[in-house]
Design a protein around this ligand. Structure first.
Ligand code: GDP
Length: 434
């Protein structure tokens, strides 16, 4: 959905207005412990059209001063949003800070709208005219208290927003940011890593409160791209170890993986690989999502542990040899910057499609060199292959006879050697033609 960024000084009534636009009364969450964020995003619906409202935080004067903070915020809004709404307090009028941000916004190549809040009576309506001088077009009076003007404002917003969101916010062809599940057993450092990812890149973490009750996602900007980390609400809750809670946590993990396109399975590198790690990885395999294995707490890993881990990988995780792997430390920030490239690689593999001609050319050579083993006195022939699906890549082989598991594994291995697919499971099915 297209994105509207709402910017404004603290206490201008921004949150009240956002709630009005969302058509609900509850207060916008002001603070979410455990997760760094400087923005909050909500799904909005008006006249049958969906869009996302991103509520930027109030500007706090930081070391660089208020003006710089404001300019940076406005810049970011212009970069990430399809349209920007500047909120000004009509009872105060345009302050120097408002003028500073208006100056930045006037340079925007995106549509900018101006809302004047707290217009609770007729006298104030007249005064909003003074806001024309901000150079952002017509000031639109609204009253968060009475709801006055919010319908007109919503109409204007929809007019300003494009039908489809900007390409570079999502990924080519995909709807919106790519969806990531950050999963792993309790205490492996999921929340620490999420905070680190958010903080490290001066990113934007929005809480996307769904229109439905449950999942709360975070949008995190990494390497200039927005990613949707699904169901990060669960990360904030300390999961108790009573068996019932564990079951619930595991359901939640599964549903996060299902909702995602790529899963980061976080593993505590300082401890032996646990059965629970294997179970989570198994869920990713079953659902066919792309996989990044992140070995966290690398700061605690010495040479002995490193060698032991290598043995454990060969013993317990050979099945997912194809996974993208990164060794990180959420604590020190080590290699956390490798996370986005790893996600990209895994997703590119997950999306990859091999043209049928290319696939069969390669297969013909391979079959000539290493034909399928004879079974029951017969030589099964592979007639041709095609990639039936992506996400994950799924291949169908048409044959004249059954191919044994060992040979299918051999084909899969060769397929990976030839075409890559790092970070993505691939599926191979055999159709025997009678
Ligand atoms: P979660 O349950 O998976 O969300 O784990 P938390 O993020 O709450 O982290 C659990 C504990 O591990 C906390 O005490 C963190 O400070 C610690 N921790 C997380 N990442 C690292 C790391 O990279 N190195 C070290 N040494 N400790 C870490």
């Amino acid at each position: 959905a297209p994105v509207l960024a709402v910017v404004g000084r603290p206490n201008v009534g921004k949150s009240t207005l956002v709630n009005r636009l969302l058509g609900r009364r509850e207060a916008v969450v002001q603070d979410v412990p455990g997760v760094t964020r400087d923005r909050v995003a909500y799904d909005a619906l008006w006249n049958g059209r969906r869009f996302t409202i991103v509520d930027t935080g109030g500007w706090e004067p930081d070391a660089t001063g208020l003006q710089a903070a404001v300019a940076a915020q406005a810049d970011l809004a212009m970069q990430t949003a399809d349209a920007v709404l500047l909120v000004v307090d009509a009872t105060v009028g345009a302050t120097a800070t408002d003028e500073a941000v208006a100056r930045v916004l006037r340079r925007s190549d995106r549509p900018v709208l101006l809302a004047a809040t707290k217009v609770d009576n007729e006298r104030l309506v007249a005064e909003t005219a003074a806001l024309w001088r901000l150079g952002l077009g017509e000031p639109r009076p609204v009253s968060g208290l009475h709801g006055r003007g919010s319908g007109d404002l919503l109409d204007a917003i929809l007019e300003a927003l494009p039908e489809t969101p900007r390409e570079d916010i999502g990924q080519s062809g995909a709807a919106g940011p790519r969806r990531v599940a950050l999963v792993g057993k309790p205490n492996v450092g999921k929340s620490s890593l999420l905070n680190r990812l958010a903080g490290e890149t001066r990113s934007v973490v929005h809480e996307v409160a769904g229109t439905t009750v449950d999942p709360v996602d975070s949008l995190v900007e990494l390497d200039g791209t927005l990613w949707r980390f699904v169901d990060t609400a669960g990360l904030r809750k300390r999961v108790k170890t009573a068996s019932g809670m564990e079951y619930y946590a595991s359901l939640r993990t599964r549903s996060a993986i299902e909702a995602a396109e790529v899963a980061i399975v976080l593993i505590d590198a300082s401890e032996p690989i646990a059965e629970q790690d294997q179970r989570v990885i198994g869920m990713v395999e079953e659902t066919g999502r792309a996989l990044v294995l992140a070995f966290n707490k690398w700061d605690l890993v010495d040479e002995n542990r490193r060698l032991a881990l290598k043995r454990e990988l060969d013993r317990d995780l050979v099945r997912v040899r194809w996974a993208e792997r990164v060794n990180v430390s959420a604590l020190t920030g080590r290699s956390v910057a490798k996370m986005a490239p790893a996600l990209r690689t895994a997703l590119a593999s997950w999306d990859q499609r091999i043209p049928t001609g290319q696939l069969n050319g390669w297969l013909a050579d391979l079959l000539a060199a290493t034909p399928p083993p004879v079974r029951g006195g017969k030589q099964p022939k592979v007639l041709f292959a095609t990639q039936a699906q992506t996400r994950p890549p799924t291949f169908v082989l048409f044959t004249t006879g059954f191919l044994e598991a060992g040979y299918r594994r051999f084909l899969e291995r060769r397929l990976r050697e030839e075409f890559g697919f790092t970070g993505s499971p691939i599926r191979l099915s055999v159709r025997v033609r009678e």
